[in-house]
Design a protein around this ligand. Structure first.
Ligand code: S3P
Length: 171
């Protein structure tokens, strides 16, 4: 089985969907932020604070290089994974890329109390989320093999849509 990479903006539900897909597909999950935080023995916010964003982006790319050697994983990527173009190549080499999308209002509701999203520090509002989403939109869309809108859908429906789209994509 090819890897399944879940990409999309912060708060679209990548991790939640990854763990639900795990229970359906019986595959291992790599939650990239969790993996990196555990590996560095630091939270993502601390990594950004101590070493800066580009250091964190290096850690993300290195992890993707390891993942591309494996098969059958469900990978929940950090929201900024598409910023580095080479990352998209690493994902395409071993899997299918599923973009989860949501409206800025939905995202704001999901992330507004988070202290673990340094990219939104001091900018936790719908206007900023919409602006950053717009800035990244072309990158997400160019990377995606499959796109699934998540607004007002329950987890099970989203997972069913993903599985059906992947089956279609692979045939
Ligand atoms: C980021 C998203 C975060 C995390 C880091 C940077 C981004 O992941 O990797 O804070 O640039 O969009 P989530 O999408 O899981 O919140």
């Amino acid at each position: 089985m090819r890897n399944i990479f879940l990409i999309g903006f912060m708060g679209v539900g990548k991790s939640t969907i990854a763990y639900h897909l795990q229970s359906i597909l019986n595959a291992d999950v790599v939650e990239m932020d969790h993996f990196i935080a555990k590996q560095q023995k630091m939270s993502i916010a601390e990594i950004f604070e101590k070493f800066g964003e580009s250091y964190f982006r290096d850690l993300e790319s290195n992890l993707l290089l390891d993942i591309r050697k494996k098969q059958g994983l469900i990978v929940s990527c950090g929201g900024g994974i598409v910023i580095r173009e080479e990352n998209i190549g690493y994902m395409k080499q071993s899997g299918v890329i599923v973009l989860l999308s949501a409206l800025p209002e939905t995202i704001y509701e999901r992330v507004k109390d988070s202290k673990e999203r340094p990219i939104l520090n001091g900018n936790m509002n719908i206007a900023y989320i919409a602006k950053l989403q717009e800035k990244r939109r072309a990158l997400y869309e160019a990377a995606a093999d499959i796109t699934i809108a998540t607004d007002q859908k329950d987890i099970h429906t989203i997972c069913e849509e993903i599985i059906a789209a992947i089956q279609k994509e692979l045939h």
